[in-house]
Design a protein around this ligand. Sequence first.
Ligand code: ADP
Ligand code: ADP
Ligand code: ZN
Length: 215
Amino acid sequence: MNLVFLGPPGAGKGTQAALLTKQYGVPQISTGEMLRSAVQQQTPMGLEAKRHMDSGALVPDEVVVGIVEERLAAADCVNGFILDGFPRTVAQADALSVMLRKSGKEIEHVILFDVDTSVLLERIVGRRMCRKCGRGYHVCFDPPLEAGKCDECGGELYQREDDQESTMRKRLEVYEAQTAPLKAYYSTGGLLRSVDALGAIQDVYGEIQKIVGRD
Ligand code: ADP
Ligand code: ADP
Ligand code: ZN
């Protein structure tokens, strides 16, 4: 199950990746989560990434490509991976294709989260993340059993610094300019599959299961 999730911020990529991981044991590779953890640990890479992330811009390609290459080489990726939030530029997509070819792997499907921009803001501003395990929630659409506390691990829930209306607008512009061209890129390669990401979480999951053929 070698999957790439493509879609604007707030479309539901992380939520769906976590469901697939839970059911099939294939790792979710979220570049956003990996970068946030580097920021938290204040590594040199984290400090550089933070400047870009806080403003809603992308972190330079070399940085994320390096992280992903290392992560894909880990033992738990032998049976597959879900790339959640990578690639985000054509240069990253080219780099991914080179690194997969080198290791004898290929992308099975690129799943495009088709969503109307109008729902993204309410999804993003209501998003909460677990500090310990990184699981995402939504205050209305996917609330934890106990407010402020992760169902999975009991960790504290927090709101991401970049999940504000002002940064959101910039992230959407960046998506349109730099990431949306990947639709044509993967459509040409015959890999693109679309899901209606406006539906409820379980309905979107049902569509993805049909695509991956393991329902
Ligand atoms: P992405 O990883 O694409 O940025 P997330 O999976 O983090 O998006 O989802 C953004 C927010 O919207 C989260 O708070 C999540 O709980 C919520 N969410 C995800 N999918 C849906 C859905 N289908 N309907 C309503 N809310 C959703
Ligand atoms: P979202 O869930 O809103 O799509 P992510 O958690 O995937 O956001 O990413 C948060 C931030 O991390 C991005 O705004 C960007 O600054 C940085 N980032 C994550 N993935 C990449 C990537 N593949 N290329 C460049 N920057 C990235
Ligand atoms: Zn947790």
